[in-house]
Design a protein around this ligand. Structure first.
Ligand code: ADP
Length: 323
């Protein structure tokens, strides 16, 4: 048993699976005799000293809950050194040496600074539906979100077919097209627009016209939010195709819901791994999934590293299957 104090926090956009990661990290740390603290409301709470001793009961019954029981927030002050010093001191005055940060790449920037400026041993767990963090093939929440989108597409298709319409579906992903692309392939989408590719409207219009010529009665087009607003794309498409067009923005429904089995497993493994790393006195690292293995990278790999995806081949596949 090691006398060690660690804290766990969630930060930035919430994603399904965060609670499973909190639970796994807390239970693992407790099993190793560590004292576990929770930080409420991300860096905002760290700055405002919202740090509390976590109990086993706090993490009980949360594995299947979306969102985050630690709450999350955005905190612009954290971009300033003087506020980070206050926040770091709130950890240090309790003797907290290690910190598990579950969040997206913005949260990792804050974590990297806490590590380099104040020596807090930080371990990052990638929690975002967007799947936009380098150094991991999947982020927590992506799979659940993808399934939410697939469910929505099935429902939208019923009405699209009945009215023989073209429906543009805007999905989240910030500047990454993974959600739109995988939803297009797995959901039987009929057109795709993602920020990683050129998306000439003429090409989309041509593809949709070809579909109609071959007897198709509807079209579902997946548009990643990183491409632009779906209502503007609708205006551009009008006049280029003869079918009626409607647009749907799926919005925050994509963020919620009970995490999928995949996300719960990934979260549990990553939460456990984070504590193993802290036990070994490591810090300044992010955890990723490569193949079936958990890997670690320096935390700045999230933005300086290489993003390995199957985007090109998946894009070709999406176009082929959309015909
Ligand atoms: P996400 O972690 O989901 O990408 P944000 O980009 O909103 O979400 O970042 C979450 C929080 O991380 C911000 O509100 C801020 O407190 C902190 N943060 C983001 N970028 C930086 C930065 N460059 N320096 C310090 N802190 C940052």
């Amino acid at each position: 048993m090691i006398e060690r104090k660690i804290a766990i926090m969630t930060s930035g956009g919430d994603s399904p699976g965060m609670n499973a990661a909190i639970r796994a990290a807390a239970k693992t740390a407790m099993s190793k005799g560590m004292t576990v603290y929770g930080v409420r409301r991300g860096y905002l709470g760290m700055l405002n000293d919202e740090i509390f001793p976590m109990t086993g009961q706090f993490v009980s019954g949360i594995v299947d809950k979306g969102g985050t029981v630690l709450l999350t927030a955005r905190c612009d002050e954290f971009r300033e050194e003087k506020f980070r010093a206050i926040a770091a001191n709130n950890l240090k005055k309790r003797g907290i040496e290690g910190l598990v940060v579950i969040g997206g790449d913005g949260s990792y920037h804050g974590a990297d600074l806490l590590y380099r400026e104040h020596g807090i041993k930080v371990i990052g767990i990638p929690g975002t539906i967007d799947n936009d963090i380098k150094g991991t093939q999947f982020t927590l929440g992506f799979d659940t979100c993808l399934n939410t989108i697939l469910d929505a597409i099935s429902k939208i298709r019923d009405t699209a077919t009945s009215h023989e319409r073209t429906i543009l579906v805007e999905v989240m992903g910030r500047s990454a097209g993974d959600l739109a692309l995988q939803a297009c392939i797995a959901g039987g989408g009929d057109g795709i627009m993602i920020p990683e590719m050129d998306n000439p409207i003429e090409l989309l219009a041509l593809q949709l016209k070809e579909r109609r010529k071959s007897g198709k009665l509807h079209d579902i087009v997946l548009v990643a939010e990183g491409v632009g607003r779906v209502y503007e794309i609708e205006q551009e498409l009008k006049g280029r195709i003869s079918s009626e067009i409607r647009s749907v923005v799926l919005g925050h429904v994509q963020r919620g819901g009970t995490p999928s089995g995949f996300d719960r497993m990934l979260a549990s493994r990553m939460g456990h791994k984070a504590i193993e790393l802290l036990e070994q006195d490591q810090g300044g690292l992010m955890i990723g999934l490569e193949g079936i293995e958990l890997v670690t990278h320096p935390i700045d790999y999230a933005w300086n590293g290489e993003r390995r995806t199957n985007l090109d081949t998946d894009y070709e596949l999406a176009l082929l299957l959309a015909k």
